[in-house]
Each structure stands twice: as C-alpha cells, then as structure tokens.
Design a protein around this ligand. Structure first.
Ligand code: PXL
Length: 287
C-alpha cells in the first residue's frame, strides 16, 4: 500500500505568463492529491503562442545531473510525464528518465503542433526523436496534428467516421503505448470528441466535448494533467478521459464568459475546486 500521495516527475518548461506547462500542471495535479516534482527543461517569459519576443533560458544541462541526484537518493516515482521539449537533445535525456523508472507510468504528451502545423520550434529531427519517446510510453495524448506528425502522414482536417477514428488510434498504439487519447477530433456526426483506445482491453472510447468556439493555450497540458491525475487515482481510461474533458469544458466556458485575451490561457484559478470533487461519469461512450 502506498503510504503517501503518488509522485510524478514532470519534465516540462516553466513559462511565466500564459498559463501552460508547469504553471498549470502543478496546480492541477496538486489539487488531485498527486505530488509533482518539476524537472524544468527551460524557463520562458511566456509561451510561444503569439506574445512577442519570448525570453528563454535553456536548462538542458540540469537534466542529467538531476536524474543522477534522484537516483542517488533512491526516489521512487509512480509516473514520469513529459510535454513540450525544446530540442532533440532534451528528448534523448527524457528517454533516460523513462528508462530509469521502468515501473512508473510513462506519459508522453508529444507537444509538436496544432491546427495542422508544427510549432516553429518543432524541427524534423525533433519530430523523429519524439517517435522514440512515444515508443516507450504507456500513455500518449496527441492532437490530430501531432498524430499525423507521429505517423509521418499529411494532416487532414476532414471529419472522421468511427472506423477511421478507430484505425487512427490503433495505428498510434502500434507505435508502443497501451493507452492513446487523441484530443479535439471532429467526428463525422458533427461532434468534437476526445477519443481513446486501450490496446490491452481492445476497447475504443469517446467523450463528446461541449467546447466554446475559441482555443486557448495550455488546454492540452491541463487535459493531460487531469488524465494523469485520474489514472494515478485509479480511474479507468474512459473515466479519466471524461474527468479531463469536463474540466477543460468548465475552464474554457468560464474564461470565454469574461471575453479575455485568449493568449492569456484559461482562468484555471477559478475552476480548480472542481477537481477535488467526485463527478458521476455519464458522458463517456464506446467508440
Ligand atoms: O502548451 C504547450 C506549450 C508548452 N510550453 C511552451 C509552449 C507551448 C505551446 O505553445 O509554447 C513554451
């Protein structure tokens, strides 16, 4: 029996303004009674999504000595969780973390792009390296753009029929992970859904989203963090998907009602208390 909160090594950047990466991962997982140990890959003044000239301090040189320190201390992690990474060297160092705690839940959010385009920081070399992280992951949470990059295919924004959605999930699972969750998928029945696949159980799931018509930075990080918190707390995959989908909906709807600048991210502070409650699960469906 674990006599302490589950512990996660969160290998992400710290962007001071804009509510993404560690500034949302820490509060979300703490609210869900998970201990977060940030392994900071870089410090940025803001995220890179349209806030002008970002000031960046790269912390790649910290990653290996930090790993060695944790190993000397004999620290146990129940989960290693990586997200936005600044270089292919950092991706290689992340791989060392996953290999050092082979029993930990390995979660890779392969942050590389959105709306059909790779971020300008995602080089072809990094995209290839990300494939290596995905190969050792238990859980991945790409959007459709990242799914296409991982599979080396052209992005298509055409709505997906059920069979196409299932095929996409299973091809991503063939890259290695047991659980695949693709966020923000436009389905042929006119719903936007988060869709998932559990390779071991052979089951496909969907949770339809009642999202607002704008997108905010950091929602992918929040989604993946709630998913991680749910799974570490004993949720099944569809339960964790529903928990994460509903929380994004609450955060986006709250923020949208204020009409605030979308680049500033979602008003997480107003919504965190929802995570401490126990929802009933009524929205997930088989896909
Ligand atoms: O939310 C993903 C993310 C994380 N970190 C940085 C980013 C982004 C997305 O743009 O720019 C620095």
């Amino acid at each position: 029996m674990l006599q302490r909160p589950p512990r996660v090594a969160a290998i992400h950047d710290l962007s001071g303004f804009g509510r993404c990466s560690l500034t949302v991962i820490l509060p979300v997982l703490s609210a869900m009674k998970v201990q977060v140990c940030p392994v900071v890959t870089a410090v940025l003044s803001t995220h890179t999504g349209g806030l002008g000239d970002v000031v960046v301090e790269d912390l790649t040189s910290m990653l290996k000595p930090t790993l060695e320190h944790y190993k000397r201390l004999g620290i146990e992690f129940e989960c290693i969780y990586s997200g936005w990474l600044g270089s292919s060297e950092q991706i290689g160092l992340c791989l060392d973390y996953f290999k050092s705690w082979p029993d930990a839940l390995a979660v890779v959010d392969p942050v590389m792009g959105d709306h059909g385009k790779p971020y300008r920081t995602s080089t072809p070399e990094m995209i290839a390296q990300m494939g290596k992280l995905v190969a050792v992951a238990d859980v991945i949470t790409p959007n459709l753009t990242e799914a296409a990059l991982l599979l080396g295919e052209d992005y298509s924004s055409a709505p997906l029929r059920t069979q196409e959605a299932r095929r996409l999930l299973s091809r991503l699972a063939n890259l290695g992970p047991r659980y695949v969750v693709i966020t923000g998928v436009e389905m042929a029945d006119d719903h936007v859904a988060n869709i998932g696949y559990d390779r071991e159980q052979g089951q496909y799931w969907r949770v339809d989203c009642n999202y607002v018509p704008v997108s905010y930075p950091g929602t992918g990080d929040i989604f993946a963090s709630v998913l991680v918190g749910g799974l570490l707390g004993g949720d099944s995959l569809p339960m964790a998907m529903e928990r994460a989908s509903r929380f994004i909906e609450i955060a986006a709807r709250t923020t949208f009602s204020y009409g605030s600048d979308t680049r500033y991210g979602v008003m997480l502070e107003n919504c965190l208390s929802w995570l401490t409650g126990e929802p009933t699960f009524e929205r997930y469906r088989l896909l």
